[in-house]
Ligand binder design. Sequence first.
Ligand SMILES: C[S@@+](CC[C@H](N)C(=O)[O-])C[C@H]1O[C@@H](n2cnc3c(N)ncnc32)[C@H](O)[C@@H]1O
Length: 216
Amino acid sequence: MSESDEDTPTLSADTLAALQMFYSEQSLQHQKAQVAYELGNVTNINIQEDWQLSQFWYTENTATRLAQEALAVARPDGRIACLSSPTAYKTIKSLCPEGCLVKCLEYDTRFSIYGDDFQFFDYKDPLNLPLEWKHSFDVVIVDPPFLSEECLCRMAVTAKFLTKDKIILCTGMVMEAMAEKLLGAKLCTFIPRHTNQLQNEFRCYTNYDAIHLNDT
Ligand SMILES: C[S@@+](CC[C@H](N)C(=O)[O-])C[C@H]1O[C@@H](n2cnc3c(N)ncnc32)[C@H](O)[C@@H]1O
């Protein structure tokens, strides 16, 4: 064995087998999801949370309330953008009428499984989006990955670029003043919940009077 061979790190047969199993399982999940999408059945697509990407999925009830609200304000042939809120996308897609267009703007490319509905998006480059999308969505749902002023500022730039006027923001209670300042969005009475309990208090904010996110 040459000196360079000795320097090359190697994996044991067991580790290699475990890795292979992991990748084939991932590939199988991907193929299943692709079939589900092609059959128009997005409800069968389940992508696991990746906490490195700050992913915390809504409960079914929360996703449904957000979907009801978005569908109430968008026309039946309306356009809805889900910005860093893939669970909302999935639920809206499963409830919306045929003529309605729903886009999933996400940093996590696993969501490219949603074909033409997927748009890669990084909040650090907030306007790197198709120009023709400017002010073209009836409503934008936005759920920033981080509870920071910098992140909300950049996501607000994107949301304002995309929307005709209406924005639904889901983020921490601590961002209330920033939500008002940046988006003119006010606290709703509905409290969004996540499948895994979060440390921070979460809330919904809208820059208009939301029907399904406020008690009457
Ligand atoms: C707090 S989660 C919101 C998910 C939402 N609760 C749901 O169930 O759909 C934040 C989202 O931001 C996405 N994200 C992570 N890094 C991002 C980045 N650099 N730019 C844009 N989105 C990002 C994550 O993939 C995740 O979907």
